[in-house]
Design a protein around this ligand. Sequence first.
Ligand SMILES: [Zn+2]
Length: 389
Amino acid sequence: MSDERQGFGGPIGTSKRSGWCEGSSCSPLLSKTYQAHPVRLHIQIIICGRNSPLVLSTNQINLTNSLLTAKMKEVTIGIDIGGTNTKYGFVDRDGNLLGDSSMSTTGHEKIEEYIEAVVRAIAELESHITEEIKLVGIGIGAPNANYYTGTIEHAPNLRWKGVIPLVKLFQQHYDVPITITNDANAAAIGEQIYGGAKGMDNFVIITLGTGVGSGFIVNGQLVYGHDGFAGEFGHVIAVRGGRMCTCGRKGCVETYAAARGLVLTVQEELAGSQFDSDLRHIHAEDLTPKLIFDAAERGDEVAKSAFEYTGKVLGESLADLVAYFSPEAIFVFGGVAKAGKWIMDPTHRHMEASMLPIYQNKVKLIPSHLPDSDAAILGASALAWKELG
Ligand SMILES: [Zn+2]
């Protein structure tokens, strides 16, 4: 790394004499003075024959580590762009979050204004980080993000329509590699680098939230497909002619296994049964996976039945997915997955029952190991680290 990139102006003078080591076998290897506002730094590296083989001397020893760069902590920035909020944070190579924050995604008419706001917010966050850091890359998770082209394409939940050259626009502010993909793909890489998939070369992550997303790691590599959009498990048709999906087709996995799908199933169960369920007294708009989970914990038959049906649809579709990729494990992440055994048990049972015998009892179905609150930032940063190698 050059001196200039650390914020130092470069050497402004050199001298030959250390002044503190008189050994006849000692010789100056480096002796330079740097101007680093507001301090002036003089550094000497001497080969010393009497004591240690290398002696370092400086009048500002606390600055030598950053000057030599070897001690500077390399970080990437993970940015997760959601329809409502944008989360961002600085992450080191071990997955430690050095600082994170979030801002509203909405309220910026032009994409350029939004990006300038993100850049300002990141600079503000960086000013609070006390460690000496060196930015080496940026990873971005965003809806309909294309890894190959660096663009967001026709994202339904963002106000900026059409094809947006997101990487190109961010690159105007940062001189490090910037990589982009959708949030579920980023979660897959996050699971691979920081989570429960360390050492796994073949696994899938399914995110069950507002929608259903998925990321596929095959032979160690994320599958992007020929155009960058591979791995849309949420829009695989689970029930032919089934529920209407936001994508315009009917019966997609998402219409059953996303939060809204679970709520719809509860409503159908309530309409088709006479069970005295607490859920009957909650307005449809207010029903959430958490409330359905709480009801199941209390033994509510409607809630338990809704999870059983959701698990059936999801498990049968996962059995088909296994036939394509033969994954070692399927990680499940997101709001619906927080229902724990209520969703995992029926999903696993129906997956096993529907699978080709050669796959049975081999595929692990496990909750994601990524921390819930930081997963999006970690996933995006992991994308950057993977790109850096
Ligand atoms: Zn769909």
